[in-house]
Design a protein around this ligand. Structure first.
Ligand code: SAM
Length: 308
């Protein structure tokens, strides 16, 4: 069967099928999975750069299937109730809602994470920060690690799952985000981490011992940045930080040294054009070995330094 997107609704019935009730939505007629994927793709073509992939992820989630496995099921028919939900999900996607919020899931590192609009959708570029963090934590390390602004728990969970003997404290200002992070820890069977609510380092319990590694992907977009319109479904608390986007980073750099062991590291994710500014902030705060690493797209993405 051809994979080309079709602008028209799926063929009425696969040739060997008996008639089924026609879903009363947008005049859609029943069809097999391949038909619905073609239809979904054509519906999303104008709204999404990844229309086919989006349609596959949405339908796979509804059918409780892996995306790859869906390709082996192209000739299967779909129940009317599923078609109705699929059509409503396609409509939400057409309006710009991210696929991850529609299906409520996002893959990050080796983890399958639950997400909702209380948390940023974890991005592949943040794996640059995870890779650097793991390179500072030898296998078997029992270091103390802090993840500031954990959101879905993506960074904290990736590090904690790869280094089961480390202890990770994950913080956020948002209780709703911490609920999601706790749920992700439970679902992924990761127990070497704890959680605290509060503003950056003020979230730490008074008696907290210093950390060997402090990590953060804080909000770093400038208020008024034109890209914010495309991110309108994600929480503003996770996105913006002052007129140049650097307020949170300034605060973390200022407060972190008091909570780091001697020789401990601070790693910060930031915008592609903020590397020089973050290097300057770390250097001014007395950090050594300051450097910036690039993400998979070749952009400056994470800057770190060690406390002498
Ligand atoms: C860019 S998101 C990063 C989420 C997650 N770490 C990730 O990489 O996907 C920034 C996070 O910082 C949190 N946040 C914003 N302001 C904060 C503050 N003053 N103190 C602590 N966390 C804050 C937000 O709620 C959000 O979860």
């Amino acid at each position: 069967m051809s994979e080309a997107p079709s602008p028209s609704p799926p063929a009425v019935l696969p040739s060997d099928a008996t008639p089924r009730p026609v879903p009363a939505v947008q005049g859609l007629a029943p069809g097999v999975i391949a038909d619905w994927l073609r239809w979904g793709t054509s519906e999303l073509d104008a709204a999404s750069d990844s229309a086919r992939v989006d349609a596959e992820i949405l339908l796979a989630a509804l059918l409780d299937s892996e995306r790859a496995a869906l390709r082996l099921r192209h000739d299967e028919a779909i129940e009317a109730a599923t078609v109705l939900r699929y059509a409503s999900w396609i409509e939400r996607r057409k309006l710009g809602e991210p696929v991850a919020y529609i299906v409520g899931r996002q893959g990050f590192w080796t983890l399958d994470l639950v997400v909702d609009t209380a948390v940023l959708i974890p991005r592949p570029d943040t794996e640059t920060l995870v890779e650097w963090a793991l390179s500072l934590l030898p296998a078997g390390s029992s270091a103390r690690v802090l993840d500031l602004g954990t959101g879905s728990g993506a960074i904290a969970l990736a590090v904690a799952s790869e280094r089961p003997a480390v202890s990770v404290l994950a913080t956020d200002l948002s209780e709703a985000a911490l609920d999601i992070a706790r749920e992700n820890a439970r679902r992924n069977g990761v127990s070497n981490l704890s959680f605290a609510c509060g503003a950056w380092l003020a979230a730490l319990p008074a008696e907290a011992a210093p950390f060997d590694l402090i990590l953060s992907n804080p909000p770093y977009i400038a208020e008024g940045d034109i890209h914010l319109a495309a991110l309108r479904y994600e929480p503003r608390l996770a996105l913006t930080s002052g007129i140049d986007g650097l307020d949170a980073i300034r605060e973390i750099v200022r407060e972190a040294p008091a909570h780091l062991t001697s020789g401990g590291w601070l790693l910060l994710e930031h915008g592609h054009d903020q590397g020089a500014a973050v290097r300057a902030l770390l250097t001014e705060a007395g950090f050594g070995n300051v450097e910036t690493r690039r993400d998979f797209g070749g952009n400056d993405r994470v800057t770190g330094g060690g406390k002498p």
